[in-house]
Write a protein that binds this ligand. Structure first.
Ligand code: GLU
Length: 445
């Protein structure tokens, strides 16, 4: 494989799809050397086949708002690769959603899902609909209209969507209700369901918990612990909440949260009451974090800024792609950061990653760090298939095991000759090689 040639060809075919090309470039550059030791992959053109989605569905989603006006959004499902199992991956509802973003997310999902050890392919979908500021009734009508189109393409053994930005328990409930009605079946066709209709314990917390388990292992491998560490996180959604809960429980101090309006610096660190306040902010539907600073004295709100300027030991971006850039990385390094772990998908720009790896920092990519979310979705699918539920401890134990196995895979494939653990390379090679082998064994399909 010649990476530059392949990328040039992709750029010609998909001009302007910046996020997608960025994600492909990172993976192909990481795997190039190992891949080229396998002439059978080259012969089967595995790289050329893996970078194109199997298929993409695009559909119109018309719905009626509370004032009786007709609204039109666009819905998508990108079924990227199902060599390992049914297509699996979340739905994102956000005004920024476009095909490039969903293709990058779907592509990342293939390798992330491969790392979980569970039999899941990669997919992603969503809409440019933004649930923020919408009433419950509007969200329900939108979800029902979206599912009226989507239901034909998905199924418990075909493609299993879940949540992502803008899609939480409420949206999954409405989507599931409509699917059940149209398909006349009660199955595990979606994950992240409510506990009364097939949801799994620990799924709501799983992305954040898994990320903290992973960071704990990174530190342990470097002879350190989470105890007393100051952590900067971004975002204030479901993922940030899970990280704050677990990190605090394990003795670390989470000193920032952020929203589109800016970030809050809380030198004392979050506690149970403040973590509950994050949930209230989210439920308030305003997309701002400044009320946190008004409520808790001794905290500061920094309008329009990102939390990476605060001196911390650990940075965990939990909001969205490319939210930590080269300058942020320089500032974190200058302030003595020890570890940067992406919890959002592709949270760091390529420049930030270059700086972090160049300086031999502890850095790990989203597809390893945040895989606990989709892994627990896989555990929800297993429980649904068995038509029974595991207890909280059982699910958490399996989540622990999966995160350990991902960490182990990163060590196995990412340890460099000077002993540095290149988690990006490790995660990309481990995930890619598993999918490549599986495609090679299954013929040209
Ligand atoms: N959207 C999450 C992710 O990026 C979860 C996907 C799922 O549970 O299927 O992995």
């Amino acid at each position: 494989m010649n990476v530059n040639q392949l990328l040039a060809e992709l750029e010609r075919r998909h001009p302007g799809e910046g996020e997608y090309l960025q994600a492909v470039r990172e993976v192909l550059l990481s795997v190039e050397t190992v891949y080229n030791r396998h002439p059978e992959f080259e012969k089967l053109r595995i790289a050329e086949r893996i970078v194109e989605p199997d298929r993409i569905f695009t559909f119109k989603v018309p719905w009626v708002d509370d004032r009786g006006n007709v609204q039109v959004n666009i819905g998508y499902r990108v079924q990227f690769n199902n060599a390992l199992g049914p297509y699996k991956g979340g739905l994102r509802f956000h005004s920024s959603v476009n095909l490039s973003i969903l293709k990058f997310l779907g592509f990342e999902q293939i390798f992330k899902n491969a790392l979980t050890t569970l039999p899941m392919g990669g997919a992603k979908g969503g809409s440019d609909f933004n649930p923020r500021g919408k009433s419950d009734a509007e969200v329900m009508r939108f979800c029902q209209a979206f599912m009226t189109e989507l239901w034909r393409y998905i199924g418990p053994e075909t493609d299993v969507p879940a949540g992502d930005i803008g899609v939480g328990g409420r949206e999954i409930g409405y989507l599931y209700g409509m699917y059940r009605k149209l398909a006349r079946e009660n199955t595990g066709v979606l994950t992240g369901k409510g506990m009364t209709f097939g949801g799994s314990l620990v799924r709501p917390e799983a992305t954040g918990f898994g990320a903290v388990y992973f960071v704990r292992q990174m530190l342990a491998h470097a002879g350190d612990t989470l105890e007393g560490k100051r952590i900067a996180i971004s975002g204030f959604g479901n993922v940030a909440w899970g990280v704050a809960l677990k990190a605090t429980e394990l003795g670390a101090r989470v000193v920032t949260i952020s929203g589109p309006d800016g970030y809050v610096y809380d030198p004392e660190g979050l506690d149970a009451e403040k973590i509950d306040c994050m949930l209230e902010l989210r439920a308030s539907n305003n997309d701002i974090v400044s009320p946190y600073a008004e409520r808790f004295p001794g905290t500061e709100f920094h309008a329009g800024a990102r939390p990476w300027e605060v001196p911390v030991d650990i940075a965990m971006p939990c909001a969205t792609q490319n939210e930590l850039d080269g300058e942020d990385a320089d500032r974190l390094i200058a302030n003595g950061v020890r570890c940067v772990a992406e919890v959002s998908n592709m949270g760091c720009t390529p420049e930030a990653i270059d700086r972090l790896i160049g300086r031999r920092m502890l850095y790990a990519p989203g597809k390893a760090v945040n895989a606990g979310g989709v892994a627990t979705s896989g555990l929800e699918m297993s429980q649904n298939a068995m038509k029974m539920n595991w207890g909280r401890e059982e699910v958490d134990r399996r989540l622990h095991e999966i995160m350990s196995s991902i960490h182990h895979a990163c060590l196995e494939f990412g340890t460099e000759s000077d002993g540095y653990i290149n988690y990006m390379k490790g995660a990309n090679i481990a995930g890619f090689m598993k999918v490549a082998r599986s495609m090679a064994e299954q013929g040209i399909v």
